[in-house]
Design a protein around this ligand. Sequence first.
Ligand code: MV4
Length: 505
Amino acid sequence: MLPNDEEMRLFDKVLVANRGEIALRVIRACKVLGLKTVAVYSEADRDSLHVRFADEDVCIGPPAAGKSYLDMKRIIAAAEVTNAGAIHPGYGFLAENADFAEVCESCGLTFIGPTPEQIRDLGDKVKAKEIMKKAGVPVIPGSEGVVPNFETAARLADDIGYPVMLKAVAGGGGKGMRMCRNMAELERNWYVASTEAANSFSNPDLYMEKLVLNPHHVEIQLIGDTHGNYYHFGERDCSIQRRHQKLIEETPSPLMTPELRQKMGEAAVKGARDVNYRGVGTIEFLVDEELNYYFMEMNTRIQVEHPITEEALEVDLVKDQIRVAMGERIEYKQEELVHKWASIECRINAEDPDKDFRPGPGTITGLHIPGGPGVRVDRAVYTKYTIPPFYDSLIAKLIVRARTREEAIMRMRNALSEFVVEGVPTTVSFHERIFTHPDFVAGNYDINFLESKFKKLPAGEEEPRAELTLKRPAEKVEPETVTRPEVAKAAGTSDQEEATTRTEK
Ligand code: MV4
C-alpha cells in the first residue's frame, strides 16, 4: 500500500554530488528507478564516466575539492539550474556534513540520507555512544563523556584498568587516538593528545575507553524508512586495514556465529529505531576474542564496501536508499535477509606497495577487467583514463561471491591474476599476497593482521603460501543447517544461473 501523498517525497531528478565509481553506482540505481540524473564535475573530471552516463552535467569548478565537490553553494546552484529535486551525496566529501543536509532541506531539496540532526548527533563520537548505550547497545567501558582533566583521567584509568585508549571527541578514523599502558604513559599522552586535538580538530576534548585487545572491526548494515520499518543486512568484517584505510572487506565474518549475528543485528536495529533513523547506515563494532561486541561508531552514509552485502544477500542498497528518500515503504522480512553467498571485496588503488603505498596517479595505458561467474568490478576507469592526483586513488572495487568463503577466495585469487592495469602502480600484487597468506585463508586475523603478520620480509625470504583445496560444497545446504562460515545456498537456485557476471560496466 503506497503512503499517502504528503509522505511521498516525490522528485524525478537526482543530482549526484560525488565522482568516480560511487557516482556511477548512484546513477545506475537512479536509472533503475526511472529517475533523471545530474552529474557535477570539476575540470579534472571532465572526461569521467559519471559525466558521460548522467542525463545532464554541470562543471562546478576547478580540480581542488574545496572549490568543487566540497563547495555547498556550487552544488546547490547546480541543482537549481538543472531543477533537480534531490541530492545524493555518495560517500566522503559532504556525505556526513549535517550543515549540507540542512542547506539542501532549506532549499527545498531532498537530501538522500538521514536528517541533519541524525547526521550531527551520530557523527559526534560521545553523543553517539550515549544514544547507543541508552538503546541497550553494548558500548566500550570508559568515561561518561568528556574527561575534564588529567587527575580525573588518572582516577578513571585506575577504575577501568590499563591499558586504556584516549580519544579526541572530534577525532575519527584513527586520528586523535592514543593507547596508554600505565599512569606514566597516560600523563605523557594526556597533554599531547589534548594539544593535538585542539590543533587538528579545534576541539581539545578527550574521552577514555578500556582498550579492546586484538579486536575484529565488524560493522552491521542497516536501513530505516519513514514508516517505522527497520532491518539489518548482517555484517561486514573490515579488519584488514592499513593505517585505518580498509583494504579488504568480507561477509560473512570468519568470526561470526548465527547467534552473534542475530544479537548484533538486533542491537543495531534497536539503535536505529530509537532515533527513527532514516535511510541506510552502518554501525561499527569492535568484537574481541571472546566474541564480546562493543559499539564503536556509526556511519550515516552508504559505504565504499556496501557491494559485498548486496552480493551476499542479493539486495540493492543504493536503490533502497533512494526509495526511502522518496517516501516509499521498505518491505523485507528480516528472517529472509540471510546470506545466500559469501562475498569479498578488494580495494584496488593506484598506489605502489613497494614505495609505502605512495599514490601513483597517471594515465591507464592498458586495462583488462576480470570477469566470470560471481565477479563484479565497480569502477569508473577505462583505457587511457587519467587518474587525477586531487582525490582518492581508488581504481576499482573488485568484488567476488561464491557459496563458500573458500571458493570466494579462489575466485578472488583468479580475478586478481586476471586484473591488468598498465601505466600506473596498483595494489593488485599486495592483495594477491594476502589471499595466499595462511592466516588470512584460515580466517585467523584481527585488526593487527597487516602490522603483525604481514611485516616486510627480509630480502629473499619466501612468504608462507596457503594452498586451497576446494571442498565439494554440499549440494543443498539449507539455512538452518548452515555452519560457520558456510553460507546458505538459496533453495532452488543453481550457481550458474545465479552467478552471472555482475561486472558493473
Ligand atoms: C579502539 C580500539 C581498541 N580499543 N578503541 C580505530 C579508529 C576508530 N574507528 C577507533 N579505532 C579503534 N578504537 C578501543 N577502546 C582499536 C581501534 C583500532 C581499529 C579499529 C577498527 C579497525 C582498525 C583499527 C586499527 C587500529 C585501532
